[in-house]
Design a protein. Structure first.
Length: 368
């Protein structure tokens, strides 16, 4: 008789106590030699064969590099359910069948409640622990992925309080999707206070295994503003820099837009609600240039102005990591980028057409 100690108790296994039928032994041997089977299944098959051949637990631990609890668990499962207990059952925690009720619980808890420990958002493990009921963190992750829920992501917003928001938004979107005949539509805005920053220490270039590195200390040489008019049909950009962004500069920029368009072309300008865009000087310009039509976006709705997409591009490509020795150097590099961009311009693919998705003060729901 072989005696083995497990958890302080003596477990006795007689020689040949693990009886196998001929078909069971063949199936177990096939599992140990299969090249396409799972490694953990092959390991369990070897365990049962070793037990059937009369090996002691000490010998099995040495051969399989396993623990007593591993031997005990799979021995009991085989004795209870034979081959089905070894191969048909999940090796670890039993897989949770995702029912509609479980899915609803996960979604409701995720979207309508905060974690009890004071955390600001859920993790899959934290939600699984709170729900219990054999729901694993992988089940939670699969449900989130199915419904495109990403609790770790955070985005900012600001709700427009403009009473004419829908009317203005529909007007602007209509220009993008169905521009008038014989007309040019320009999205216009200013990128203000662009800093001409020069690094105190040399820039360390990109190299294998290392990112480009900038020193933390810098010199500030001054600022300028960049006015840009984005042609929504062609994607071309008309740019102009100035030291300030007043009504006079805005009118001068509108004049440049007019000069660059054929005399019979109607010009539609989409702009935000900056006070410099609505002065008497601008009104006088519009009265003297009847083919220029202003269209204002709703308040706090910069996303409706396509030129903001282009500003994000020049910020990423030139400004964010740029080194500028002076304000004229900053201006030169900005204008060089615009000239190069206009050799292969790309219009925006406008996708914001559903007004019902607009965030308003009335649509905000606070989650506790």
């Amino acid at each position: 008789m072989n005696c083995n100690v497990y958890n302080g108790s003596i477990v006795a296994l007689t020689e040949g106590a693990m009886k196998l039928t001929k078909s069971e032994r063949m199936e177990l041997q096939q599992q140990t030699t299969s090249r396409k089977g799972r490694a953990d299944s092959a390991r369990r098959a070897r365990l049962i064969l070793l037990l059937a051949d009369g090996h002691t637990w000490a010998q099995i631990r040495s051969k399989l590099d396993c623990s007593d609890s591993y031997i005990d668990r799979w021995c009991k499962r085989f004795e209870a359910d034979r081959l089905a207990g070894v191969f048909a059952r999940h090796a670890g925690r039993q897989r949770c069948k995702v029912t509609d009720r479980i899915e609803a619980r996960v979604l409701a808890r995720t979207t309508k409640h905060k974690p009890a420990d004071g955390s600001t958002h859920w993790s899959s493990r934290k939600l699984a622990a709170e729900l219990g009921a054999n729901i694993s963190h992988m089940t939670v992750s699969h449900i989130w992925a199915k419904h495109n829920i990403k609790p770790h992501r955070l985005e900012g917003y600001i709700a427009s309080n403009d009473p004419d928001s829908e009317t203005k938004a529909a007007d602007v979107i209509g220009l993008y999707l169905n521009p008038p005949q014989n007309a040019a539509v320009f999205s216009v805005d200013e990128k203000t206070a662009i800093q001409a920053l020069d690094r105190k220490d040399p820039v360390l270039p990109l190299s294998p295994g290392r990112a480009e590195r900038h020193g933390f200390e810098y010199f500030r040489h001054g600022t300028l503003s960049l006015s840009a008019a984005f042609n929504t049909k062609t994607g071309e950009v008309l740019g102009k820099t100035a030291s300030r962004h007043t009504s006079a500069e805005f009118v001068a920029f509108l004049t440049d837009i007019v000069v660059n368009q054929p005399g019979n072309t109607q010009i539609h300008v989409v702009a935000d609600n900056l006070s410099a865009h609505k002065t008497k000087r601008v009104e006088a310009f519009l009265a003297n240039n009847p083919r220029v039509h202003m269209h204002f976006t709703p308040t706090y709705s910069s996303w409706l102005n396509q030129v903001e997409l282009w500003f994000a591009k020049i910020e990423r490509d030139v400004i964010a990591r740029g080194v500028f020795t002076s304000v004229p150097d900053l201006k030169r590099k900005l204008m060089r980028y615009i000239r190069h961009y206009n050799t292969q311009p790309k219009p925006a693919q406008w996708k914001y057409c559903d007004l019902s998705r607009r965030i308003t003060p009335d649509s905000i729901v606070t989650v506790h």
